[in-house]
Design a protein around this ligand. Sequence first.
Ligand code: ZN
Length: 69
Amino acid sequence: MRNCPECGGVMVYERTSKLYSCTSCGTAMNAQELLETTERVKSEREKVEKAKRWKDEYLDWWLSSKERS
Ligand SMILES: [Zn+2]
């Protein structure tokens, strides 16, 4: 079973149209598009996570340097 890259809902495969369609948001795409979109969303999410982590680390550093002075 696949999950919708847009909303995380359940994707169902429709044999007639050969498309995966989301039961939650209605997004429909073929297997190739689904794969590409999933990869794109995943890498975007990782980028955001990385930026967030960096910000947290900076904040920690900033707070601890403030405590020291
Ligand atoms: Zn969806």
